[in-house]
Design a protein around this ligand. Structure first.
Ligand SMILES: Nc1nc2c(ncn2[C@@H]2O[C@H](COP(=O)(O)OP(=O)(O)OP(=O)(O)O)[C@@H](O)[C@H]2O)c(=O)[nH]1
Ligand SMILES: [Mg+2]
Length: 310
């Protein structure tokens, strides 16, 4: 059904918070497919990812941002800048606080973020995440009481995943209530995206992120942070399947054998899981060729960072 332009409502909604708060998981639950990548390691998200939901007269454009960390490394500062940029440009600021952390999840930085949003005239919402981790819901009360003093437009407790903790995009509890609250706050205005579009991420970047998700999950300690992924080519084959070539960049020579694993087993595993996710998004069979390349300190090089969308 066509919606007349004068009836349209549209808003930019930033999802911000500390690393691991559950921003990307919430985005995927809202959009209903894997748009943002998820792992149990902090700073999984490196690029601001937009997810679009269009329903009735409303279009909500969510921006999933990198977690705001306190590190002073140049690369980490870049991530925080992205989040701050999204916070500054949005209509509705949604701050995610990990419910499982209790009061510790409500740091002074998060309060400052909320105050800054209010000062800019934005609507400000706090989402308390990971509610499923509480057997006794009364334990949430101190956190909710404290939040009441923040002068927010809404406080919504949410569980973004139901069963399959890693990567599920099932709608959890509280998500519908969150959408209903946000809908009330949407400004009038024309939609920014066609109603059927779920993200504005270019497909090569989206496919690269799927492989990086597996690098984040399968590799450990500092190693996954030294991996960047670039999609070199996506070719549709005559039988409708896709042949995809990607490069995994590592910052140091000694990281290469670690990413390859014994007899190439690790790289194979990363490729296998990533390919499965690619097939879900593309709806076709995929052949994925991964190559590990040493690119000294790519993390400091503008050219590589731009190719990765950071
Ligand atoms: N139990 C439970 N775990 C959750 C929930 N939401 C997210 N998680 C888990 O929390 C971890 C971090 O989730 P992400 O969505 O990657 O968090 P993020 O805020 O995007 O993290 P960064 O991108 O690193 O800033 C993952 O292991 C998720 O599975 C939830 O509702 N319940
Ligand atoms: Mg994330």
């Amino acid at each position: 059904m066509m919606v007349p332009i004068e009836d349209m409502r549209c808003g930019l909604i930033a999802l911000v918070g500390v690393p691991n708060a559950g921003k990307s998981t919430l985005l995927n639950a809202i959009v209903g497919e894997k748009v943002g990548i998820i792992s149990n390691k902090p700073n999984t998200t490196r690029v601001t990812v937009r997810g679009v939901v269009t329903e009735g007269n409303d279009q909500m454009v969510f921006m999933d941002t990198p977690g705001m960390n306190r590190s002073s490394k140049a690369f980490d500062r870049r991530l925080v800048q992205q989040a701050a940029g999204a916070a500054a440009e949005c209509d509705i600021l949604v701050i995610l606080c990990d419910g499982a952390l209790g009061d510790r999840g409500l740091s002074p930085e998060m309060k400052q973020l909320a105050d800054a949003g209010k000062a800019r005239g934005q609507k400000v919402v706090v989402v308390v995440t990971k509610i499923d981790k509480f057997k006794d819901k009364a334990k949430l009360l101190p956190m909710l009481t404290k939040l009441n003093d923040w002068g927010l437009d809404a406080i919504v407790p949410v569980t973004a995943i139901k069963a399959n903790i890693d990567g599920a995009s099932l709608k959890g509890s509280g998500v519908d209530r969150l959408l209903a609250e946000l809908s009330k706050m949407l400004p009038e205005g024309p939609w920014l995206f066609p109603p059927e579009q779920v993200t504005d991420m270019p497909m090569p970047l989206r496919l690269a992120e799927l492989t990086r998700e597996q690098a984040m999950r399968q590799l450990h300690q500092e190693l996954p942070y030294s991996v960047g992924v670039i999609t070199s080519s996506v070719e549709e084959q005559e039988d409708g399947s896709h042949l995809i070539h990607q490069q995994l960049l590592v910052g140091k020579e000694q990281h290469k054998p670690m990413v390859l694993g014994n007899g190439g087993q690790m790289l194979k595993k990363i490729g296998m899981y990533s390919r499965t996710e690619m097939e879900k998004i593309l709806g076709t069979r995929v052949r994925l060729e991964l190559h590990v390349k040493v690119a000294e300190r790519w993390i400091e090089r503008e050219q590589w960072l731009r190719e990765m969308g950071v």
